[in-house]
Each structure stands twice: as structure tokens, then as C-alpha cells.
Design a protein around this ligand. Structure first.
Ligand code: ADP
Ligand code: MG
Length: 678
């Protein structure tokens, strides 16, 4: 019933090849694309009283021209058209149009005109944007995002033509119970009113419904994808040896937190089911994700299958290898480490052992999914710090096993609903507490002229036999500059703190062997202060390091600062973080206040997104969130949340596609989505 909405825009009379190409460039190919090509804003052309208007506000005024309009030309092709009117409210105001000299011919003294523009209160002047001929028809006007190939007004005409032609096809698809519960408008009115409203209220209502629709359809599609991917794969099911798993957990040097226990249960249930696992584990830095992964590996080993862990950096892979070897090697688990810097000789030995299944657990970087690497019985794939990998890299690895279970782990804490939209295809588990006894990290922000106090504080910590990280400025353009900076700070600290305390240096231009050696020496407390660029950002775990000093902290995003700070606070000792920054603007100052006041990753990432602003699409893109046409996943989080819940509820019911209530919804999804749904 919705097939016609997939017609190409060229079906509309007035859309020739040229306009079609222009529309395509705006992402508009089909009729439904066009009808959901929403206005960017509305100009309110209702006439207003000048005296009620604030400076800088946009208004429409109407009245009689008092003098002969004067046109002044200046500069290259520049002009200014000037005249005064007395409004219908008996107010006098002067109006100026820049660079629209042709308007001069359209107006004259004593003529009635209306103009829309920005009000300058000081000068009692309107800077005109639009001269309006017939005001009565459209006092509230939708403005479309356009480009140089097609004008906003042309788009509007095309939308109008499409609406006339395709009205009948806009059959409502939101289940009627939802529509009445959330007071939504029907499909037809929503589309009509969003493009051609006659009042702000009308537009607002339509926008609200359109947002709901967009989020709801998005969530429905995600749910369907998830079900579609939930294929039964007999191979992915493993036998869960509850007794040996419990033994392992009981022998750990600490007790699992409640969240950790819950997540372990989720994972074991996945592994023991005939569906392959596709789970995202979110947990703030230091919440103990690694041990959860280790238990999953142990369970897989007990069922005689292989596991891999993929980490984003060699430092991290190595650290995992050491940790897991401590825990698992004594129990008979054979572990192999495979990274970019694994020597050809070692590699040659390792590959056949992975292929034969002699190796039970392979730990490494993306080198793990190179073509030559073959597995014997790969069942579990763990991706640590998964936000660091591209989608392709993630898929490549899981395709290696015929029926792999995938556990992705991330510390990028985004609110749960957002996580669901972002990773809608996965199940999501969350560790929402830190291990017992952890003291919240104490943070402070100081200006760079107070650097002496930071030094004093470092000395105090060092005298307690604790270690210190110093993070040097992030320089986006050049790793070489970054290194130079790091070296300078390293030299300075060596002078200040030596010879009593030893200082080490780590930066991105070092070879991997060098980096590993330095990390190992730092762990072994061979030196007490580690000066480093952001290469230490992810995952590194040195429990005796209790203090971090971050230079030029305002150059980092909140999420990144939080990750960095997460390198300390990894034991029951009190930890500290000092941010050194001289932020130049208000937002920068705000960020420094927020980060030094809170250590809640979820709160911080929410704030980070807010500060980046809703309009900042690159910010949103970097955050990995999907982009929507009209809904704003941050500003409209409430709508997103309910739309998502409702979609989940619907899909949970068996045979939902066939119930009377959902017939249209199902049809609509089927017709406008490439999903195979049945
Ligand atoms: P992340 O979630 O950031 O990857 P890790 O897995 O590196 O955190 O864990 C941080 C530290 O906390 C590790 O040293 C780990 O051994 C320790 N840890 C994990 N779980 C617990 C627990 N339940 N109680 C005490 N310490 C724990
Ligand atoms: Mg980790």
C-alpha cells in the first residue's frame, strides 16, 4: 500500500533531470525522502508591534511607505535600499535592504508593504530579509535547507506538488493505541502541517509527532535487524561447566561486584544458548570488565573451544596477555600473543598452533584477523575498547569463526537508550559500580601559573612510595610536536624531581618494544614518574600509580579526560588527578569545572554531548551516534526513550506483524526498508 512512496522524485511534474540531480545531492531520491525533507526553521510572518520587539528579534512589520525609497550603491556590487514606514500600529520604523537593488522598482511612497527582518532596537531599524507581497496567505513560513543548485522556494513548490499528488498514500502506520496515548497526529496531517503550518503551534505539534515517528521507525528497524541476526547456530552453543566456573570465581583474590555477577550470568546464558552471542558490555573505566571477559574465556576453554581477545593497542594486548597468563596459564590454558610486532619467527611457530587448536586463547591487536590467521574452533571473540575499532575490523574477526559469540567491551559511557540506538543490534549489559573499597578520585583544576603547587603535590605522593603519571599536551596536527613537548616536560621534571625520583618517558614515536619495556619498568616501579603523550589513554592498569597530572587539559574532550583519569584510582588507595588548563572561553571553563567535580562517566558523556551542542553534527558523528533527520537524540532523549520502549514492546509479541493494530506498520516497514521481514 505504500509502494508509491518509493517513486522517484522525477515523477513529480516540474522536476526535470536538473532538479532531480540537485535533490539527489540533498539526499532526496524518492517521494518519501522528499516528504520527510523537513524545514530547517520557520519564519513567523505574523505582523508584530515594534515596541513589543526585542533587539535582534526577527519580526514582520506592515505599513505605509513614508518617503521615496533611496538606493545607494557602494563598493563592488553593493547596495543599500532605505525607506521609512508608518505601521498599522502607528509606529514609525526605518527599513534597510542590503544588496537587493531590484526591490526599488517594486515599491514607492504611500504604498502598503510588509517586510520581514531583524530588528535593531538602538537604531529603530529593520534589516530586511524579505519583502512580502501577499501577506495573508502565508504568515508562517517554512524555510528549507538548500544548496546552490536548488533554491529553498523551489523545494517548497516541489514538496507542495508531491503532497497534492501523494496525499492518499500517507496512510497512518503508528498503532492507534500509541497515537492516542502520546497524543500524536496522523501521518497525513503531520507531513502536511510540518511543511505548511499556519501557526507556530501547528508546526510544533507536527514536529513532535515527526520526531516520534522517526525514532519509532528507527527502533523498529533495529529490533527487526536484531531478530534477523539472531540466527540459530548450533555451533555457537557450548556446554556450561557451572562447577568449574564457580571454582574459578571463588578463587579470585576479590569478590565480584553485583554488576559483574549479573553480567557474567548474562554472558553464560548467551554462551549456553543456541543463538550466537552479540553482546555489548559497557562499564566505566576501572569497573572491572577484564575479569568478566576472563570468566567467559574460562567457560569457553572448559568446553574445549578457542577464544580471542582483540585490543586496540599493543601495550594493552601485552597487558592482557600478562594478566590472563597469571590467571589462566596455571589452569592449563595455552595462550598466544599475536600483534603487529610479533617477530616472523614467532609468528611462524604460532600460526600452526592456532590452526591446530593447541592454543586455546589468542590475544592481540587487529593482526588477529589477517588472512593468514586460521583458527581451529573459534567460539568466543572479545573486543576490548571496541569503540576504537571500525565496524569492518569488528566484523572481520567474528567472520573467522563459523558461529562465533561476540562480546564487545567499551568504557565509552553513553546513556543506555543511546547505547541501544547505537548498538541496537546487540544486547547491552552494564557494569554500573566500581569494585568495593575504591575511593572516588579527587580532582582539581589549576591554572598553569600554579604549576609549582602541582609539583609540590607530586613530591608528597612520591614520598609515600606511590607513582605518578604526567600527560603532556595533545597536539592534533603533529605527533612530532607532541613528542617535542613531552620531551621538554620530561627534562623539566627530571630536573625538579631527580635524582631522588626517577622519571620515564613514553611517546607515540617509540617502537613498540620500547613502549612495552617502559610500561613494564613503570609497573615494576623502576621509575616513579611516567611522562607520556596520550598513548596511555586506554586500558593501562598500574595499581600503584595514584596521581595523574594532565597538561593543557582543555585540549581534550571530557570523555577523553575521563578515560585518562581512569588510569589512577585502581586500588584502595586514595587517588588524585590535577588538570592544568587555561581555557580561553566559557565552554572551556565549564568543561574544566565539570570534569573536576564529577567522576561519573555517564554524567560526563551526557554533559559532553550537551556542550558540543545539538547543531554540531561532527560532534555527534564523533560520538558514534546515529544521525536523524528531525529528532535530536540528545535534546529529544525523552521521545527517543519512549519510542524505543514501545518498539521493543511490539516486537516482543509473537505474530505482531499479523495483528490488526500493526498491519500498516508492518507494511510500511516492509516497503520503506530493505530489511527482509516476515
Ligand atoms: P576496566 O573495566 O577499565 O577494563 P579492569 O578490568 O582493568 O577495568 O579492572 C581494573 C582493576 O580492578 C584491575 O586491577 C582488576 O583486577 C580490579 N578488579 C576487577 N574487579 C574487581 C573486584 N570485583 N574487586 C576488586 N578489584 C577488582
Ligand atoms: Mg579495560
Amino acid at each position: 500500500m505504500y509502494e508509491r512512496l518509493n517513486d522517484l522524485v522525477s515523477e513529480i511534474s516540474g522536476v526535470g533531470p536538473k532538479k532531480q540531480v540537485a535533490l539527489n545531492k540533498l539526499g532526496v531520491n524518492s517521494i518519501i525522502d522528499l516528504l520527510t525533507y523537513f524545514p530547517r526553521r520557520y519564519d513567523d510572518l505574523t505582523v508584530k508591534k515594534v515596541s513589543d520587539t526585542n533587539d535582534g528579534e526577527k519580526i514582520t512589520v506592515k505599513g505605509k511607505i513614508l518617503n521615496v525609497p533611496t538606493l545607494t550603491r557602494y563598493g563592488y556590487k553593493k547596495s543599500r535600499l532605505n525607506f521609512q514606514i508608518v505601521t498599522t500600529n502607528e509606529e514609525v520604523i526605518s527599513i534597510t535592504f542590503f544588496n537587493q537593488p531590484w526591490l526599488k522598482k517594486q515599491i514607492d511612497i504611500n504604498q502598503e508593504v510588509a517586510a520581514y527582518g531583524t530588528y535593531d532596537k538602538m537604531r529603530n531599524q529593520l534589516q530586511g530579509m524579505k519583502l512580502i507581497s501577499n501577506l495573508n496567505n502565508n504568515s508562517f513560513d517554512a524555510i528549507y535547507p538548500a544548496n546552490k543548485d536548488i533554491k529553498a522556494t523551489a523545494i517548497k513548490q516541489i514538496v507542495k506538488a508531491a503532497l497534492d499528488e501523494y496525499q492518499e498514500d500517507l496512510v497512518d502506520f503508528i498503532p492507534s493505541s500509541l497515537r492516542s496515548h502520546y497524543l500524536l497526529e496522523d501521518f497525513n496531517s503531520t507531513i502536511k502541517n510540518i511543511h505548511f503550518p499556519t501557526s507556530p503551534e501547528m508546526a510544533q505539534k507536527a514536529v513532535r509527532t515527526a520526531k516520534f515517528m522517526e525514532f519509532f521507525l528507527f527502533s523498529m528497524r533495529m529490533q527487526l535487524l536484531k531478530h534477523q541476526h539472531r540466527v540459530k547456530k548450533v555451533d555457537s552453543k557450548i556446554d556450561i561447566n557451572q562447577i568449574e566456573i564457580k571454582n574459578f570465581i571463588d578463587k579470585l583474590p576479590f569478590e565480584l561486584t553485583e554488576s559483574q555477577q549479573g553480567v557474567v550470568q548474562d554472558i553464560l546464558a548467551d554462551l549456553g544458548s543456541e543463538y550466537s552471542m552479540n553482546r555489548l558490555l559497557q562499564g566505566d573505566v576501572g569497573s572491572g570488565k577484564t575479569i568478566v571477559a576472563t570468566i567467559a574465556i574460562w567457560a569457553t576453554f572448559l568446553a574445549n573451544k578457542q577464544s580471542v581477545i582483540m585490543a586496540p593497542t599493543e601495550i594493552l594486548a601485552e597487558q592482557h596477555a600478562n594478566k590472563l597468563a597469571n590467571l589462566l596459564a596455571p589452569l592449563g590454558v595455552n595462550i598466544g600473543l599475536l600483534t603487529g610486532s610479533t617477530k616472523p619467527k614467532a609468528r611462524k611457530l604460532l600460526l600452526p598452533m592456532i590452526k591446530s587448536g593447541e592454543i586455546d586463547l589468542v590475544i592481540g591487536t587487529h593482526a588477529l584477523f589477517q588472512d593468514q590467521v586460521e583458527y581451529s574452533d573459534l567460539s568466543l571473540v572479545i573486543i576490548d575498547e571496541q569503540h576504537r575499532f571500525g565496524v569492518n575490523q569488528r566484523n572481520q574477526l567474528s567472520n573467522k569463526g563459523r558461529a562465533t559469540n561476540v562480546l564487545s567491551m567499551t568504557a565509552t559511557p553513553i546513556p543506555r537508550t543511546l547505547a541501544m540506538t547505537n548498538y541496537g543490534e546487540s544486547d547491552v549489559s552494564i557494569i554500573n559500580e566500581l569494585p568495593k573499597g575504591r575511593k572516588p578520585i579527587k580532582s582539581a583544576w589549576i591554572k598553569s601559573d600554579k604549576i609549582e603547587s602541582a609539583l609540590r603535590f607530586m613530591r608528597k605522593q612520591l614520598s609515600k612510595n606511590e607513582q605518578v603519571y604526567v600527560v603532556t599536551p595533545l597536539i592534533e596536527e603533529s605527533e612530532a610536536m607532541e613528542m617535542k613537548n613531552a620531551v621538554a616536560i620530561y627534562e623539566k621534571l627530571k630536573n625538579e624531581l631527580g635524582p631522588e625520583y626517577k622519571v620515564g618517558l613514553l611517546h607515540g614515536q617509540m617502537s613498540n618494544e620500547e613502549k612495552d619495556q617502559i610500561m613494564q619498568d613503570y609497573k615494576d616501579n623502576l621509575f616513579q614518574v611516567l611522562v607520556s603523550t596520550t598513548v596511555i589513554e586506554v586500558g593501562v592498569d598500574v595499581a600503584n600509580a595514584t596521581t595523574m597530572v594532565i597538561f593543557d587539559a582543555d585540549h581534550f574532550g571530557l570523555a577523553q579526560l575521563h578515560q585518562l583519569r581512569g588510569r589512577v584510582g585502581r586500588s584502595d588507595k586514595q587517588s588524585y588527578c590535577i588538570f592544568i588548563a587555561d581555557p580561553k572561553n566559557e565552554i572551556g571553563k565549564k568543561r574544566m569545572k565539570i570534569i573536576s567535580d564529577s567522576s561519573d562517566g555517564f554524567y560526563l558523556s551526557q554533559k559532553d554531548l550537551e556542550l558540543r551542542g545539538q547543531g554540531d553534527l561532527t560532534g555527534l558523528k564523533q560520538s558514534g551516534l546515529p544521525t536523524f533527520k528531525i529528532g535530536d537524540p540528545i535534546g529529544d532523549l525523552n521521545i527517543l526513550t519512549v519510542a524505543n520502549l514501545e518498539a521493543q514492546k511490539i516486537v516482543k509479541e509473537s505474530n505482531w506483524q499479523r495483528t490488526q493494530e500493526n498491519v500498516q506498520l508492518f507494511q510500511y516497514l516492509k516497503t520503506t526498508t530493505k530489511l527482509v521481514v516476515d
